[in-house]
Design a protein around this ligand. Structure first.
Ligand SMILES: Nc1ncnc2c1ncn2[C@@H]1O[C@H](COP(=O)(O)OP(=O)(O)OP(=O)(O)O)[C@@H](O)[C@H]1O
Length: 471
C-alpha cells in the first residue's frame, strides 16, 4: 500500500482550516493544520517536510507570500498552493512570482481544492531532500498595488487575473482578444508590470492608428535619408522596447507586407532599420491585441497563419462588460472616485436605482463607455447622489453610443470585397433591417406595434419586413 501523502494547511481562519483539512483527509491524505506561518516553520525545523502546502495569504505576523518565499528557499521542489480572498493581479502575480504552484480564490469549492491537491502532488511525490539543493528562485521587490489596477470580482475576471499573474512570469508572447474598450491595454500593462521586465520600457503601438506607409519605420526605425522626409535617424518601437515589452494593439489591421516582416523579426529577434545596413538585435516580449476574429482573417487570407501562431502562444480573452455586469458597481465607484480626485470635488455615488439602470444597459462600448459616463456624471450631475434621472440621455442605444458597429460593418464589407463578392448592397440592407427589427422585438417582448414605435417606423413596415424575414 502506498504511504499517504502529507499535506499542511496554513490559515488563521479556523473554519477554512477545518473544512479543507477534513476534505483532504477524506481523500486519503494525512493533513496537519497550522494557524500561522511561524507554527508551520517551527514544524519544518523539527519534522520531515510535507508533500504539499496550502497557505492563506493574509495572516497576522507573517503573511503567506513571505512564508512561500521561505518555503521555496528551503524546499524548492515543494508545491505550494496559495489561497486568498483577494484575487487581484498584484496578489496572483506575487504568488506566482514567489513560485506558487497554483492560486486558489476564496471562497472555493472543496472538490476543486481536493482535485487541485491531486494534480499538484508530483508522481512519486517529489520535493524530496535532494530538491533542497536547487537554487532558490529570484524574488524581485514587491510591487505596490498600482493605481491602474484591474477591477473585477466576477469569476471570469478572477480567472483572467490568475492567468495574468502566471503568464507575467514567463517570456511567452501573448494575444489578448476582446471587444473595444474591454481593457486589453490595461491587461497588457499589468502583464508588463508584474513581469521580470517591469523595470524596462513598456512601449505601445496602435497599428490601426498609424498610416500603413509609416508603420514600418515606426516599428523598426529608419536611417537618415532612408526616404523623402527622413532627415534624422529614428529608432523604432522595437528598439525602444529592448529588454521590455512591446504592445501591438489592433494587430488585425497590420498590412500584409508588414506581417511578413514582423514574423521574421519575431522568429529571428533581429532586423534592419529602414534604409539601414546594421543588423539590430533586440530582446522584446510582444503582446498583441485585437477585437477582430483573427482565425476568420486567416481563412479569408488577410492575416498570416504563421504570424498568428507566433503571437498566440498564450491567449487571454477579455469578456465584454455585458457578460460581467456584477462588476459594474465596483468599476463605477472606482471611476467616480478617480474623477472626483481629478476634479477636486467630493466623490459622487450612484443610488440603487441608477445602478439598476446601469445593469440593464448593454454597454457596446464596454468599460470605456462606463468610464466616460462616470466622468460625465462626476462633472455634471447636480447632487452627490446620482439617480436614474441623471442618467437620462446618457445610455444611448448601441448604434448611437458607439461607432464600433460601423467599424465592424466596414471591415465586413472590405473582407467581402476582398473575397470578390458582389451585390453587397441589397444583402447588407436586408441584414441591417433584420438586426434592428429583431433587437426591437426582443426589447418589446415580441410586441410589434411597440417595436415599430421604438424604431420610429410604421407598424406596416415591421409586418412587411417580418414577412420577408420569416419567408
Ligand atoms: N477591469 C478594469 N478595471 C479598471 N479600469 C478598466 C478595466 N478595464 C478597462 N478599464 C479602463 O477602461 C478604459 C479602456 O480600457 P483599454 O484602453 O485597456 O481597452 P481596450 O480593450 O484596449 O480598448 P481598444 O480595443 O479600443 O483599444 C481605460 O481607461 C481603462 O483604464
Amino acid at each position: 500500500m502506498p504511504t499517504p501523502t502529507r499535506i499542511w494547511v496554513i490559515d488563521d481562519d479556523r473554519s477554512v482550516r477545518f473544512v479543507l483539512a477534513e476534505a483532504l483527509r477524506e481523500a486519503g491524505h494525512l493533513v496537519q493544520g497550522f494557524e500561522g506561518a511561524r507554527q508551520a516553520l517551527a514544524a519544518l525545523a523539527e519534522e520531515a517536510p510535507p508533500d504539499l502546502v496550502f497557505t492563506d495569504v493574509r495572516m497576522p505576523e507573517m503573511d503567506g507570500i513571505a512564508l512561500l518565499e521561505v518555503l521555496k528557499a528551503r524546499r524548492p521542489g515543494l508545491p505550494v498552493i496559495v489561497m486568498s480572498a483577494y484575487t487581484d493581479v498584484a496578489s496572483t502575480a506575487s504568488a506566482f512570482r514567489g513560485g506558487a504552484h497554483e492560486f486558489l480564490s476564496k471562497p472555493f469549492d472543496l472538490d476543486e481544492a481536493v482535485a487541485l491537491a491531486a494534480r499538484a502532488l508530483p508522481a512519486g511525490r517529489g520535493g524530496g531532500p535532494g530538491a533542497a539543493d536547487a537554487p532558490a528562485p529570484e524574488t524581485p521587490a514587491d510591487t505596490p498595488l498600482a493605481a491602474d489596477a484591474l477591477v473585477g470580482e466576477t469569476p471570469a475576471m478572477r480567472e483572467l487575473f490568475r492567468a495574468i499573474g502566471r503568464v507575467a512570469q514567463t517570456p511567452l508572447n501573448v494575444l489578448i482578444t476582446g471587444e473595444t474598450g474591454t481593457g486589453k491595454e490595461l491587461v497588457a500593462r499589468a502583464l508588463h508590470r508584474e513581469s521580470p521586465r517591469a523595470h524596462k520600457p513598456f512601449v505601445a503601438l496602435n497599428t490601426a492608428a498609424i498610416p500603413a506607409e509609416l508603420l514600418e519605420s515606426e516599428l523598426f526605425g529608419h536611417e537618415a535619408g532612408a526616404f523623402t522626409g527622413a532627415q534624422k535617424r529614428h529608432t523604432g518601437r522595437f528598439e525602444q522596447a529592448d529588454g521590455g515589452t512591446l504592445f501591438l494593439d489592433e494587430i488585425g489591421d497590420m498590412p500584409a507586407g508588414l506581417q511578413t516582416r514582423l514574423l521574421r523579426v519575431l522568429a529571428e529577434g533581429e532586423f534592419f532599420r529602414v534604409g539601414g545596413r546594421e543588423l539590430i538585435r533586440v530582446d522584446v516580449r510582444v503582446i498583441a491585441a485585437t477585437h477582430q476574429d483573427l482565425e476568420a482573417k486567416v481563412r479569408d487570407g488577410s492575416f498570416r497563419a504563421d504570424l498568428l501562431h507566433r503571437l498566440d502562444v498564450v491567449r487571454l480573452r477579455l469578456p465584454p462588460l455585458r457578460e460581467r455586469k456584477a462588476d459594474i458597481p465596483a468599476l463605477a465607484a472606482r471611476f467616480l472616485a478617480q474623477a472626483a480626485a481629478r476634479l477636486g470635488s467630493p466623490a459622487k455615488r450612484l443610488n440603487a436605482e441608477a445602478l439598476k439602470r446601469l445593469q440593464q444597459h448593454d454597454w457596446p462600448g464596454n468599460v470605456r463607455e462606463l468610464e466616460n459616463l462616470c466622468w460625465r456624471l462626476a462633472a455634471l450631475a447636480p447632487g452627490e447622489s446620482i439617480g436614474p434621472r441623471d442618467l437620462a440621455g446618457s445610455l444611448r442605444p448601441a448604434a448611437a453610443a458607439s461607432a464600433d458597429w460601423t467599424r465592424h460593418l466596414a471591415q465586413a464589407v472590405r473582407d467581402a470585397l476582398a473575397r470578390g463578392e458582389t451585390g453587397l448592397y441589397p444583402a447588407y440592407r436586408e441584414t441591417f433591417d433584420q438586426v434592428l427589427l429583431e433587437a426591437a422585438l426582443e426589447h418589446t417582448n415580441g410586441h410589434r406595434q411597440r417595436a415599430a414605435g421604438v424604431l420610429g417606423v410604421g407598424r406596416n413596415t415591421v409586418t412587411r419586413k417580418l414577412g420577408r424575414g420569416t419567408g
